[in-house]
Design a binder for this molecule. Structure first.
Ligand SMILES: Nc1ncnc2c1ncn2[C@@H]1O[C@H](COP(=O)(O)OP(=O)(O)OP(=O)(O)O)[C@@H](O)[C@H]1O
Ligand SMILES: [Mg+2]
Length: 169
């Protein structure tokens, strides 16, 4: 597989077997900057398994994963998320009654002396959404916004810069 600088993620020779089934047999797949990819295949082709190997939900048996030219080996989904690789499922998996900012920071709100810093959280949430040209009141309930906005709220926390900056550990 060619490795050009336009490649964000390159998976090569990915192998994953289950008892009695070879789900992935040396699969090559790359994601290029500025492109949207669709992964198509018949039932049982291995789409879900490939995504799970890339997002850390499964450990692959063999093959290489490279992100921006560097080899990665996500141990689990949290590990992959810290690298900016996450899965957003079709059904938005968020809490509509919480604010937009609270959803963006679920489980990792900025804290000081054990207290959640709401102003800081709202400020960071607003800045994050600005990167998607979205300018909304982040302290309003998520459910008051369109599904399109909700999808962005689901995707935005996967950004690597956000993950690393906001991670309390
Ligand atoms: N947990 C598992 N245990 C055993 N076999 C599995 C498991 N998960 C997937 N497989 C097998 O691996 C192969 C690939 O399955 P996978 O679910 O990745 O396909 P898919 O392309 O996502 O299919 P679909 O279109 O039905 O979602 C299939 O043969 C499937 O039966
Ligand atoms: Mg599937």
């Amino acid at each position: 597989m060619q490795n050009s600088s336009n490649d964000i993620l390159v998976a090569s020779g990915i192998v994953k077997t289950f008892p009695g089934a070879i789900a992935l047999n040396k699969v090559d797949f790359s994601l290029r900057r500025g492109e949207v990819h669709a992964l198509l295949g018949e039932n049982g082709a291995g789409k879900s398994t490939l995504i799970k190997c890339i997002t850390g939900a499964y450990r692959r048996d063999a093959g290489l994963l490279k992100l921006d030219g560097e080899e990665i080996d996500p141990r689990d989904t949290l590990d992959a998320q810290k690298l900016g690789i996450g899965t957003v499922y079709q059904e938005v998996n968020l809490l509509g009654n919480l604010s937009v900012a609270e959803n963006l920071f679920l489980g990792r709100q900025p804290r000081r002396f054990g207290l959640i810093q709401a102003r800081e959280m709202n400020k960071r949430a607003h800045a994050l959404l600005a990167q998607y040209s979205i300018d909304i009141n982040v302290s309003a309930a998520l459910e008051s916004y369109s599904v399109a906005i909700q999808q962005v709220v689901a995707i935005a926390p996967c950004r690597r810069s956000f993950r690393q900056g906001a991670d309390p550990r």
